[in-house]
Write a protein that binds this ligand. Structure first.
Ligand code: TXA
Ligand code: MG
Length: 324
């Protein structure tokens, strides 16, 4: 049985105790729910891979309550220091060289000489990390390849009975995962667009390499093996950039909806990208459920502009639509 914990002091203390004895606890952050484990405990880290069915070559992000704690385990360069000052705590993950004395289990970084570190902004996540007093490795709390969870109910839909507890901090405000930036090379490399926009990062560190061309996308997958193309997969096939919709399709709407869909989920009627990002994963889940109930053939997603958070939204949508 998976315990449901409230975010009162008793619930946070219970979650921290479970993590400290090597159990798995899902917890909310501002981006998505993470499946937490004591990152210094190789057995606990191995249990995360097992619970998610995650391939062992796909490394995990380590979470810290503050900047100094993160940089005690990796070597920051000037760009990392500037980005941390600008965006931490917040939805940004930095990939940096592991320090020699870094106590994080090698399995967490999948044998790479780098480690992904993040300082989340959510106050409950912060309180939990402080109470644990150790780095917490946490991938998104979904079975591997499925849609990331933005509520405790989403977590339980995928992992109930497979994890010790979920700390329920309500829906996640950003709703899309952190931006992952590789700073271990001379030019910063955008491995995954996310909650901090590419534009905002470029204002701090200048030009980035990013995986938007096909060639760069292949390079990105090699350098961050978790970024397999098919991911975020709903049960129904997804059709991108829909300009019309059939009656046997479910519509993922952005702005004034196309007429005639068999079911509909509105991401943001006013075409607000932050609202759309926060609702994206719930929308894919809701349309999947509606599709199963009504016997629909697929999901038609209306186009979303690629500026700002739209880059991360379109990244997730194209992965949801990729061949499996
Ligand atoms: O918002 C988020 O980032 C959430 C919350 C829970 O913090 N976590 C999350 O974790 O999305 P996950 O495991 O679903 O995605 C982490 C991504 C993967 O694509 C992984 O391959 C990449 O980060 N990654 C982790 N460590 C890496 C490393 N050392 N080098 C390159 N990529 C790395
Ligand atoms: Mg994930």
């Amino acid at each position: 049985m998976t315990e449901r914990l409230a975010t009162d002091p008793a619930g946070i203390a219970r979650a921290a105790d479970l993590l400290r004895v090597g159990a798995l606890v899902a917890f909310g952050t501002e981006t998505v729910y993470g499946l937490g484990a004591d990152a210094t405990d190789a057995r606990a880290v191995a249990a995360v891979f097992a619970a998610k069915g995650r391939p062992h070559f796909n490394p995990l992000i380590c979470h810290y309550p503050e900047v100094d704690a993160a940089f005690a385990h990796v070597e920051p360069n000037p760009a990392a220091l500037r980005l941390a000052a600008a965006f931490w705590p917040g939805p940004l993950t930095l990939v940096l060289p592991r320090r020699k004395q870094c106590p994080v289990a090698l399995l967490a970084s999948a044998g790479l000489d780098t480690l992904a570190v993040r300082v989340p902004a959510h106050p409950v996540a912060q309180a939990l990390l402080r109470a644990v007093g150790r780095p917490v490795a946490a991938p998104s709390a979904n079975p591997s390849g499925r849609i990331s969870p933005t509520t405790a109910a989403h977590v339980l839909a995928g992992l109930d009975g497979r994890i010790a507890a979920v700390l329920d901090s309500g829906p996640c405000a950003v709703g899309i995962e952190s931006t992952v930036l590789d700073l271990s090379r001379p030019v910063p490399f955008l491995l995954r667009p996310g909650g901090v926009t590419r534009e905002a990062i470029m204002q701090v560190v200048g030009p980035l390499h990013s995986g938007i061309t096909q060639e760069q996308s292949a390079a990105r997958t090699l350098r961050s093996p978790g970024l397999l193309i098919s991911h975020y997969a709903p049960a129904l096939p997804v059709r991108l950039a829909a300009t019309s919709v059939a009656s046997d399709e479910a519509l993922l709407a952005f702005g004034p909806p196309l007429p005639g869909a068999g079911a509909e989920y509105q991401l943001s009627v006013g075409e607000d990208l932050a609202e759309a990002a926060a609702r994206l994963f719930d929308g894919l889940r809701a349309l999947d459920a509606a599709g199963a109930r009504l016997g629909l053939a697929g999901i038609a997603a209306m186009p979303v502009p690629s500026a700002g958070l739209g880059l991360a939204i379109n990244d997730r949508l194209s992965r949801a639509a990729a061949p499996r």
